[in-house]
Design a protein around this ligand. Structure first.
Ligand code: GLN
Length: 199
């Protein structure tokens, strides 16, 4: 797709997928909702949105999307997971429900509801490793990254804690950049797509 508009599929089984489509479109990408294996064909990138990872895990099975998504991730198609999407990508999940699966593609440990069940939502200043003014991070029953594997780059922190990371073609954030109009992390993701496809 060198030089052309990136086509990004946003997993739309559940959660905040529309907002990701809007963020990506603001940056000039072609973004569309993915609910079936056929809709995944020919994508240049994939977004796994926030929502509820245990529900998404079930719906991945019933939609038939688990296997094609796993194959796309293994093939190196760039993926951006936010919140529940990060949990779906994490190699290890702490406090998951019995039998909860993940694609285990990103070498981190994600602690579900890591700020406590009572703390439903909070806002915090997220410092980007790339510099610039802090992003407003919206943390909604957010996971916490409790272990960062070798070779995993920290893209953003809240205080001392990593809240956005990247490893190879996989990017993930514990918060919801799609719920603000600060599109910098989506921009980083689209840059990655450009580099992957040699554009
Ligand atoms: N706590 C949710 C989960 O375990 C994630 C919340 C979110 O995506 N906003 O999947």
């Amino acid at each position: 797709m060198a030089g052309s508009t990136p086509r990004v599929g946003v997993l739309a089984l559940q959660g905040a997928f529309r907002e990701h489509v809007a963020s990506l479109e603001r940056l000039g990408a072609e973004a569309f909702e993915v609910r079936t294996p056929a809709e995944l064909e020919g994508v240049d990138g994939i977004v796994l949105p926030g929502g509820e990872s245990t529900t998404m895990d079930l719906l991945l099975g019933s939609s038939g999307l688990r296997e094609p998504l796993a194959q796309a991730i293994a093939a190196g198609i760039p993926v951006f997971g936010t919140c529940a999407g990060l949990i779906l990508l994490a190699r290890d999940i702490e406090d998951g429900i019995e039998g909860q699966r993940s694609f285990a593609a990103l070498d981190v440990t994600a602690l579900r509801n890591g700020y406590g069940r009572q703390v439903k939502s909070f806002e915090g200043p997220v410092e980007l490793a790339a510099g610039g003014v802090p992003m407003t991070g919206l943390f909604i029953r957010a996971p916490r990254i409790t272990r960062v594997g070798d070779g995993v780059e920290v893209l953003a922190r809240l205080g001392d804690e990593p809240v956005a990371v990247r490893s190879g073609s996989i990017m993930a954030a514990t918060f919801h950049p799609e719920l603000t109009d600060d599109d910098r992390l989506h921009g980083t993701f689209l840059e990655g797509i450009k580099n992957t496809s040699g554009g």
